[in-house]
Design a protein around this ligand. Structure first.
Ligand code: S3P
Length: 175
C-alpha cells in the first residue's frame, strides 16, 4: 500500500488530518517534527536555536529517505519540507503527495495560540502569513499530486475527500 504524504503551510491541518486517517482507517502516522524532536532529544525551537535551520532541514531530508522503507503510513511533513527540490523527489518516492491548502486567515486562527513554530514567533499576523504563504505557494503546488482545500472542513471530511480523489486518480491505497 502506498503512503500518503501530507504537505502544507504551518497550521494547514496536516497533523489533525493524519490523526483522522489513523482513527478512521487505522493507518500508522509519522509526524516528522515529532520524530525529529525525539531523535534529537530536543524540541523544534531548541533545534532551530542551538543547531540552526539548515541543520534542521538536513534532518528532514534524512527522515524522508528513511521513511521510504515503510508502507501504509501517513506522513505529516513539516511545513518547510517541500521547499527543497531534493525533498520533493524523496517525497514522491514515499507515496502520493497531498497539499492541504488553507487561507492565511484560517492559518492564523489555527496557529495564533501555539509557541512551537520558531518561524512564526513574533510574526503571528495576517500580513506576515499571507506573504510567507505566497512565497511558498509555487513550491507546494509543484510538489503536490493532489490539492485539497481545507477551509471550513472537518478533518474527517478532508480525509474522505482525499480517499475519493485518490480513488478517482487510481492511486487508492486505503479503505
Ligand atoms: C516549519 C514548519 C513546522 C516545523 C518548523 C518549520 C516551516 O512544522 O517543521 O517549525 O518551515 O514551515 P508544521 O508545519 O507542522 O508546523
Amino acid at each position: 500500500m502506498k503512503n500518503i504524504v501530507l504537505i502544507g503551510f504551518m497550521g494547514a491541518g496536516k497533523s489533525t488530518v493524519a490523526e483522522a486517517f489513523h482513527r478512521t482507517r487505522g493507518m500508522e502516522v509519522v509526524e516528522m517534527d515529532a520524530r525529529i524532536a525525539e531523535n534529537e532529544g530536543m524540541t523544534i525551537p531548541e533545534i532551530f536555536r542551538e543547531k540552526g535551520e539548515p541543520y534542521f532541514r538536513d534532518l528532514e531530508t534524512g527522515l524522508l529517505v528513511e521513511l521510504q522503507k515503510q508502507e501504509n503510513v501517513v506522513i505529516s511533513c513539516g511545513g518547510g519540507v517541500p521547499l527543497r527540490e531534493r525533498n520533493v523527489a524523496e517525497m514522491k518516492k514515499n507515496g502520493t503527495v497531498i497539499w492541504l491548502a488553507a487561507s492565511a486567515r484560517t492559518i492564523l486562527e489555527r496557529v495564533k495560540d501555539s509557541h512551537d513554530r520558531p518561524l512564526l514567533e513574533g510574526n503571528k499576523n495576517l500580513a506576515y502569513i499571507e506573504n510567507m504563504l505566497e512565497s511558498r505557494r509555487e513550491k507546494y503546488e509543484a510538489a503536490a499530486d493532489l490539492i485539497i482545500w481545507t477551509d471550513g472542513k472537518t478533518a474527517e471530511q478532508i480525509c474522505e475527500e482525499i480517499v475519493e480523489q485518490m480513488k478517482r486518480q487510481g492511486g487508492l491505497c486505503v479503505g
